[in-house]
Design a protein around this ligand. Structure first.
Ligand code: PLP
Length: 379
């Protein structure tokens, strides 16, 4: 049996999503721009799918542009905001715990003469609004703050931060990377008060290769890709109808099961923590991590990289920090000021609505064995 506890890295595609993709690829495969019935049917399906995704997110379907992934949405949001506000200034505010999809473009922008203020996390891995208030300036053109941190599971105060930004820097645009929050927490873009918001399909049981950028109604931004004028002229290229159909199917399921899934993941997280306190008492939780699906842990004195490999060989998938780091040390834990032993021993367990308790039990059994094995080999 494989225990898959790395759902913040990616999720298994649901059967409904896979079925929707297959149907679209093999039967409803027309080009939505084509003028014969097969094309018309594809256009109709695309419209319905966009409405389904919009309903799950709680926005108007005209506010959604499909992208290839969360990284693209994040990169585009930054570029679009800077282009829109180019006459206002060159100051950007973000947080030191954002995903690389935000931090890497910001690094590049710094080299190009933009000034980037990175808000540091507090000891719990949260962001203090007072720090944002102090950082906002008349020449701030963009604030980008993630909704849920992918390594810690902390929920950032996006609603309050957006309100503060709109009050103190009214021309600045507010973007949130909601990749880890979408269908894990109840929220709407309007309720948060954001201008731009990113989601990604493969975190919610849709395939890789599809995401969306929410662009608040009334906000005009520059296109991402120029060409045939698809996606309201903002992102040209023949629409990936199969991925979109799968995303819509996953959104419909995710929206319908949201309350049940949140309760289930919370229960699994509480159970994991309770069992760890009995069976592996030296394991510590890192940060506050209020999101239901992410549990950041550390075993000080152990090397998580080795631990994760040993667990993997025994059929249990968890990740050392975030899968996106490819072995590089976590910038999030460094920003939190975590000491070396806690940093090196850190790993992440993450759940989905489908995760079974037996998978958590397998993780606990294997962790206990792996720990003893590593201890023996280390001593
Ligand atoms: N933002 C966050 C918070 C993420 O966790 C991820 C993926 O891990 C991304 C952005 C990037 O999304 P994608 O893998 O769809 O490019």
């Amino acid at each position: 049996m494989t225990a898959y506890l790395d759902n913040a890295a990616t999720t298994k595609v649901s059967r409904a999503a896979a079925r929707a993709a297959l149907q679209t690829m093999t039967e409803g495969f027309g080009n939505p721009s084509a003028r014969y019935p097969l094309g018309g049917q594809a256009a109709k399906r695309l419209k319905a799918d966009r409405e389904t995704v919009a309903k799950a997110l709680g926005c108007d379907s005209r506010e959604l542009i499909f992208t290839s992934c969360g990284t693209e949405g994040d990169n585009w949001a930054i570029q679009a905001a800077l282009q829109k506000n180019r006459h206002l200034g060159r100051h950007i505010i973000t947080t030191a715990i954002e995903h690389a999809a935000i931090l890497e473009p910001c690094k590049r922008l710094e080299q190009q003469g933009y000034e980037v203020t990175c808000l540091l996390p507090n000891a719990e891995g949260g962001i203090d609004l007072g720090d944002l208030e102090a950082a906002l300036r008349p020449d701030t053109v963009l604030v980008s703050m993630m909704l849920v941190n992918n390594e810690l599971g902390t929920i950032l105060p996006v609603k309050e931060a957006a309100a503060l930004t709109h009050r103190l820097a009214p021309k600045a645009l507010f973007h949130t990377d909601a990749v880890q929050g979408f269908l894990k927490l109840p929220f709407t873009p309007k309720g948060l008060g954001v201008d731009l918001l990113t989601i990604s399909g493969h975190k919610i049981h849709a395939p890789k290769g599809i995401g969306a950028l929410y662009i608040r109604s009334g906000l005009r931004i520059d296109p991402m890709i120029l060409g045939g004028g698809q996606e309201n002229g903002l992102r040209s290229g023949t629409e990936p109808t199969a991925q979109i159909a799968a995303l819509a199917a996953a959104c419909a399921e995710g929206k319908q099961n949201l309350g049940r899934d949140i309760a289930h993941m919370r229960e699994l997280k509480a159970y994991t923590l309770e069992q760890l306190s009995i069976r592996v008492p030296e394991a510590e939780q890192i940060g506050r991590g209020e999101a239901p699906h992410i549990l950041a842990l550390t075993l000080p004195g152990y090397k998580a990289e080795v631990l994760v490999r040993v667990l993997g060989d025994m059929g249990v998938c968890v990740s050392a920090g975030s899968a996106c780091h490819r072995g590089r040390p976590s910038h999030v834990y460094a920003a939190m000021g975590l000491d070396k032993a806690h940093r090196e021993g850190s790993f992440r367990v993450s759940f989905s609505g489908d995760t079974q308790r037996v998978e958590v039990d397998a993780f606990l059994d294997v962790l206990t064995q792996a720990k003893a094995k590593l201890f023996t080999s280390m001593s």
